[in-house]
Design a protein around this ligand. Structure first.
Ligand SMILES: NC(=O)c1ccc[n+]([C@@H]2O[C@H](COP(=O)([O-])OP(=O)(O)OC[C@H]3O[C@@H](n4cnc5c(N)ncnc54)[C@H](OP(=O)(O)O)[C@@H]3O)[C@@H](O)[C@H]2O)c1
Length: 339
């Protein structure tokens, strides 16, 4: 809450530690600074003391300058966090200092950040702050890809790439909950993790002939839905693995790089539904669908379908190392930075 003269409470410092991205050459050009100004919450915003920041693949895309309209260096990195509200801006209702919330804004790899109040979600009762990482980005992404976009239903088969990752793990759990058969891909050392989540089949994301394996597992007809976040050469395998005529390929990531698809291929080779998806655009352009996704997500949390995550935690200064590991496919599940 602001003091009378519109200043932040005395207990909040003027400057803070934060990770600043210095170039568009990648996360190795991210450095720890100690004199970043603590931001002030504007109208409709809250200031949180960051308890844990979530690391996402998009942090890597931003650091390489491949994120559309991404920030220009130098910028404070990170965008997802769970924290305690320490001040609220004008016109904020329903949130108070002391509340613990998860949300998305600019500069999460820092001791303090500002979040839009409308999108701040309470940490579920009984969960630690770190356990709620995923609530704001990975889980809604997985759920929107599966349901409103992917139209998953009982008895269908879904191919989930990067199934050991933060988004992929949630997708596997939810797809099983909706009664689907799950064929997952992951690096070999992550296979146990994915099978423990309930996946029915697991393929090597680095070495397998994914299209051939999926066709073998589905009696030659392919899967009803592909959650396509791998990109690169795997993109063609995903198209070939989808069922002709009715199969859907939801494209929402390109960890392995860009890949193209021509109209000739759609007519003669891959008669499938290709659906582009970006959670930020979903929120802006289809708020009603996003609201439905978040409502459904609350139910999945309340009924225990989505259990609290146990992120791998790194100190703030080790942010570049954590991002390098994510980029090198060496991580499992959610990663957190603790400022
Ligand atoms: N469109 C959206 O709105 C949206 C929102 C959230 C996330 N995403 C996308 O969803 C995907 C998962 O994001 P996340 O943050 O949860 O990350 P993550 O899945 O925890 O980590 C990325 C994983 O992708 C897999 N991968 C496959 N090919 C890769 C390659 N060439 N280079 C690096 N990794 C590769 C790796 O798993 P294996 O080694 O096990 O194969 C890696 O561990 C990303 O592509 C991200 O951009 C999109």
């Amino acid at each position: 809450m602001y003091t009378e003269k519109g200043r932040l409470p005395m207990s909040i410092p003027a400057t803070m530690r934060a990770l600043q991205q210095m170039s568009l050459q990648g996360p190795q050009d991210m450095r720890l600074i100690t004199d970043a100004p603590v931001p002030s919450p504007g109208r409709g915003e809250v200031l949180v003391r960051v308890i844990a920041a979530g690391i996402n693949f998009a942090d890597i895309s931003k650091a390489h300058g491949t994120f559309l309209d991404g920030p220009q260096p130098p910028y404070l990195a990170g965008f997802e966090a769970v924290g305690e509200i320490v001040a609220v801006g004008e016109s904020v209702t329903g949130l108070r200092p002391g509340d613990r919330v998860a949300g998305v804004g600019d500069g999460a790899f820092a001791e303090y950040m500002v979040l839009p109040a409308v999108a701040a979600m309470p940490v579920p009762p009984g969960w630690t702050d770190q356990q709620a990482l995923g609530l704001a980005v990975n889980w809604p992404t997985a759920l929107a890809a599966l349901k409103p976009l992917g139209d998953i239903s009982t008895g269908q088969t879904v191919l989930v790439h990067a199934a050991a990752g933060a988004t992929g793990q949630a997708a596997v759990r939810m797809a099983k909950h909706y009664g689907a058969t799950v064929i997952a891909t992951a690096s070999p050392d992550k296979h146990e993790t994915v099978l423990a989540l309930g996946a029915d089949h697991i393929l090597d994301s680095r070495g397998a002939d994914i299209a051939a394996e999926v066709l073998r597992l589905t009696g030659g007809i392919g899967v009803d839905l592909v959650l396509e976040s791998a990109g690169g050469s795997t993109f063609a395998a995903s198209l070939a693995a989808a069922k002709r005529v009715t199969g859907r390929v939801v494209v929402y990531g390109l960890a392995g790089g860009e890949a193209s698809l021509t109209n000739w291929e759609l007519v003669y080779k891959h008669q499938v539904h290709v659906i582009g998806f970006n959670i930020g655009v979903l929120i802006q352009a289809a708020p009603q669908i996003f609201g439905e996704v978040m409502g459904e997500l609350s139910g999945l949390v309340a009924t225990g379908v989505l259990a609290p995550t146990r992120p791998t935690a790194y100190e703030l200064a080790d942010g570049p190392k954590a991002l390098a590991e994510l980029e090198a496919r060496a991580t499992v599940g959610k990663l957190a930075l603790i400022p």
